[in-house]
Ligand binder design. Structure first.
Ligand SMILES: [Zn+2]
Length: 341
């Protein structure tokens, strides 16, 4: 007789508890059951959670993480949520699609491989390469999921962390739309989830959350949840209210609410574009997001376009990055606005 022992029985929901690790190890994931439903892999880093009996007014929810490969806090947040579901602490009550944006970039601990994935989510995309191919896979997964759940309100939270520090470490970027209005309940939920500021986009920008809003009419946001740090270095405690929001949506229950005026609101006024090699931002590299500059302040100098200065109203700088490709956005300039009605 062989002395080898039989393999230890796998916990029933083990593939859910180890989903992130399996994605990063490139391990195949089979379909499996979970408390309240089942899980169906839809491709690399794509997992659909199918409830047996969804709550009547549950949304069709997409939670995406790792669109930038080195933004690990949202991955740990989602991993913890799936572990709670696997352990039976939560019961699935809504259709949910979870997406790990760029497993290859995450394995390499880098923001992206060839180009910024979060600028490529448009149906007329004609570029080739690793990130464009991945954008097509992600767009197809979103299309199939929302088509399959066309009877439910579509919702997409794309979770990120920022390169810089921020006056408001947790903030939402509301994608531009000329037809879809963000519902009042979303502002209450985001305030309840500890979001501190909201940035309204002023024009189309082809991000993942914009894709779901523009093409599917989804309630959709890019959520910036603190600072980009390596795995194991994230402090998830400040994200506990966000975890509660995701858990409520996943179980099909009403999320915690707070008054929207707890948050500060900003609207993008200009995009600062890098036009030439001779480009520099006129402030320190580590200037936190939402730092406000007074009228007349020099913001940037460009070899082609000359100086950019603040006009008559103070402007706050968001996502400054002088090292972007030519023709790309080096910063957003935003103005403080009142909360929406
Ligand atoms: Zn990001």
């Amino acid at each position: 007789m062989s002395p080898s022992r039989p393999p230890a029985p796998q916990a029933t929901h083990e593939p859910l508890a180890s989903w992130l690790r399996r994605c990063l190890d490139g391990e195949p994931i089979p379909p499996f059951t979970l408390p309240g439903g089942s899980a169906v892999p839809r491709g690399e880093g794509l997992l659909e959670l199918v409830p047996e009996s969804p709550a009547t007014d549950a949304h069709a929810c997409i939670f995406s993480v790792g669109i930038h490969g080195n933004e690990t806090a949202p991955m740990e947040l989602l991993d913890a949520l799936l572990k709670r579901l696997a352990a039976g602490e939560l019961r699935l009550g809504a259709p949910v699609l979870v997406l790990l944006g760029s497993p290859q970039a995450t394995r390499q601990g880098t923001r992206f491989i060839e180009t910024n994935l979060n600028r490529l989510f448009r149906r007329d995309l004609d570029r080739t390469g690793m990130e464009p191919e991945r954008a097509r896979e992600l767009m197809a997964a979103v299309d199939a999921f929302f088509a399959h759940h066309a009877d439910r309100s579509p919702l997409h939270y794309d979770l990120h962390t920022a390169i810089r520090g921020s006056r408001y470490p947790r903030f939402a970027v509301e994608p531009f739309s000329d037809s879809v209005r963000t519902t009042a309940e979303q502002w209450h939920w985001l305030a309840g989830a500890g979001i501190q500021a909201v940035l309204h986009q002023h024009c189309h920008s082809w991000t993942f959350s914009h894709y779901s809003k523009h093409y599917h009419g989804a309630q959709a946001f890019t959520l910036e949840l603190g600072h980009a740090l390596p795995f194991g270095h994230n402090d998830l405690a400040p994200l506990a209210p966000m975890a509660s929001l995701l858990a409520a949506l996943l179980t099909g229950q009403a999320p915690p609410r707070e008054a929207p005026d707890r948050m500060r609101f900003f609207r993008v006024e200009h995009e600062l574009i890098r036009h030439s090699e001779a480009f520099r931002l006129a402030f320190a590299d580590d200037t936190p997001n939402f730092t406000e500059f007074a009228p007349g302040t020099l913001l940037a100098e460009d070899g082609e376009r000359g100086e950019t200065r603040v006009g008559d109203t103070p402007l706050s700088v968001v996502f400054p990055n002088a090292a972007v490709e030519l023709g790309a956005r080096a910063a957003l300039l935003a103005r403080s606005v009142p909360p929406p009605d």
